[in-house]
Ligand binder design. Structure first.
Ligand SMILES: [Zn+2]
Length: 252
């Protein structure tokens, strides 16, 4: 695999963070917080979305990540977020791609790991074949996979009127199988007004790549974006929110 200069520098930085023990120290300091990890597609081949989006993790890298997490963290389901367990990790997938069933699900079963998948209510587009079917959702739900809403049309809620926002949140509560109790805001964006509307329909609201979550506001839980780097040390840094922290400094 060819690495560009940026990746090379990042890998060296991450190796140093792990080898010096910084990641272990952060894991200890963050032991009471929760790391909600954000995946999208798990596939060895490029999907219909451009690879530059960074939304695809290969099967091999996904398995490496799961085995590392199993050894170092307590992987729990979103519904258990309020439990007093140290070093909690929650695995989430956005958009409901079909490879969550074909590629991720066999590994989730193999390692007995819970996960939550956020479904877009409206999949009647030309890309519908790339999304999970109701049968696949039903089968996965028997094995500890939870489902949540990713709204009706995957629009940026901060750009909608109150009425439109209410419709996006309310009408995506069911996916033909059961009631969903959490929502992942599209593009990770929300604000106090949106969270107030979300509270009418959901117990939990999940935001974007803002780092670890302290669980104080269940309608505004932070997540951590996971990349496909083959360097596992980079993943170890991602899990402790190092990159989310750096990104948020630039957002200020
Ligand atoms: Zn999405």
């Amino acid at each position: 695999m060819r690495l560009n200069v940026k990746d090379g520098v990042l890998n060296i930085f991450c190796n140093i963070c792990v080898w010096t023990g910084l990641v272990g120290i952060l894991r200890f300091l963050n032991r009471k917080k929760t790391r909600i990890l954000m995946f999208h597609s798990v596939s060895d081949k490029p999907t219909f979305m451009p690879d530059s989006s960074g939304l695809r993790v290969t099967k091999k890298n996904f398995e490496k990540r799961i085995t590392y997490l199993k050894n170092k963290y307590n992987i729990i389901s979103l519904g258990d977020i309020e439990k007093k367990v140290p070093n909690k990790v929650i695995i989430t997938f956005d958009d409901g791609y079909v490879d969550n069933y074909t590629h991720a699900f066999p590994l989730l079963k193999k390692y007995d790991v819970p996960a939550t998948i956020y479904l877009i209510g409206c999949t009647e587009s030309k890309y519908a074949r790339n999304y999970l079917t109701k049968e696949q959702i039903k089968e996965m739900s028997k094995y500890g996979v939870e489902f949540g809403s990713h709204t009706l049309n995957h629009l940026d809620l901060t750009e909608l009127t109150e009425k439109e926002c209410n419709s996006e949140l309310k009408n995506s509560r069911t996916f033909g199988i059961y009631k969903l109790n959490s929502v992942a805001y599209p593009y990770g964006t929300s604000n106090k007004e949106i969270e107030k509307i979300a509270a009418k329909y959901y117990q939990y609201g999940i935001k974007g790549d803002f780092g670890l979550t302290d669980g104080k506001n269940m309608l505004a839980l932070n997540r951590i974006f996971i990349t496909n780097s083959s360097n596992l040390n980079r993943f170890k840094c991602e899990v402790e929110g190092i990159f989310s922290f750096i990104k948020n400094i630039f957002r200020l």
